[in-house]
Design a protein around this ligand. Structure first.
Ligand code: G1P
Length: 269
């Protein structure tokens, strides 16, 4: 049973500057809701009961967003606009927050959740990746595999070979058309990528991953890479890769951000 999830939302969003100086990319609007709203919804629909969002100093807007807005509620009530109140409803789930004091990469952000997780398997959802049109919520697809095999699971996507250098890339044994037993993982390979199966920002881990993250030292860019910890974990634990059923949009890229909005817009017509 996977009941807890970590959502790392502490990064500077350097790929999307300058707007990310003041608007975190997790708050980029998509069809009237910020990106992170879809991520929290997906977690809840996948059975998650407690969420830890890892923020940084400049991300208080995320905390405000999921909070009740008493002033707004009072305003709507006073002005006979109570029918709009439903538009302010947030997903029903317990959310807590912690700050990542230094921007030391994805691995370090996840490590901030060690106490929150305790001794249970847990999920990680990266708010850059929005999975649209999934027949069942993307995270629930991974949780199913975790519950079946009692092992770590990572979300995968098959991409054009030109795009592999943007992501974590795996090499694995095909167990069935959508499931791989991972042998090897490498972060953003510049050349000689082991396949075109890339990591999507959805993971289910056993808590041992924290020991591996703790044993890492930051690389050249002063970042502790989650991918390196996963690589270490492969030496003594099983990790599956599941191709996620659904359309993946990496909203950290302008193309996918626009494509997702267009896809939603078309479906509305
Ligand atoms: C992170 C991971 C990478 C993964 C990607 C998915 O990279 O390090 O392995 O493929 O998320 O979005 P980032 O987007 O933080 O550079």
């Amino acid at each position: 049973m996977v009941k807890k999830a970590i959502i790392p939302a502490a990064g500077y969003g350097t790929r999307s500057l300058p707007v990310t100086k003041v608007v975190p990319k997790e708050m980029f609007p998509i069809g009237g809701k910020p990106a992170i709203h879809y991520i929290v919804e997906e977690a809840v629909l996948s059975g998650i009961e407690e969420i830890l969002i890892v923020v940084s100093k400049s991300k208080s807007i995320i905390v405000d967003y999921f909070d009740a807005s008493l002033e707004l509620e009072a305003f709507l009530e006073k002005n006979n606009k109570l029918h709009l109140l439903k538009n302010t409803t947030m997903p029903k789930v317990h959310i807590q927050y912690t700050r990542q004091p230094y921007s030391k990469g994805l691995g370090d952000a996840i490590l901030q959740g060690k106490r929150f997780v305790g001794n249970e398997p847990f999920a990680v959802l990266l708010p850059d990746d929005i999975i649209y049109n999934a027949p069942t919520p993307a995270l629930s697809q991974l949780i199913r595999i975790h519950d079946q095999f009692n092992a770590n699971v990572i979300g995968l996507n098959k991409v054009h070979p030109d795009l592999v250098s943007r992501y974590g890339v795996i090499d694995g044994d095909e167990e069935r058309t959508d499931l791989y037993k991972i042998n090897h993982i490498v972060e953003k390979p510049k050349s000689n990528a082991p396949s075109n199966l890339v990591v999507i920002g959805r993971y289910v881990f056993d808590p041992e991953i924290f020991n591996h993250i703790e044993s890492l030292t930051p690389g050249a860019s002063n970042e502790v890479e989650l991918t390196d910890a996963i690589g270490m974990l492969l030496s003594n634990q099983v990790c599956y890769g599941k191709i996620i059923d659904g359309d993946r949009f990496d909203i950290g890229t302008d193309d996918d951000y626009i494509n997702l909005i267009n896809a939603m817009w078309k479906d509305k017509e």
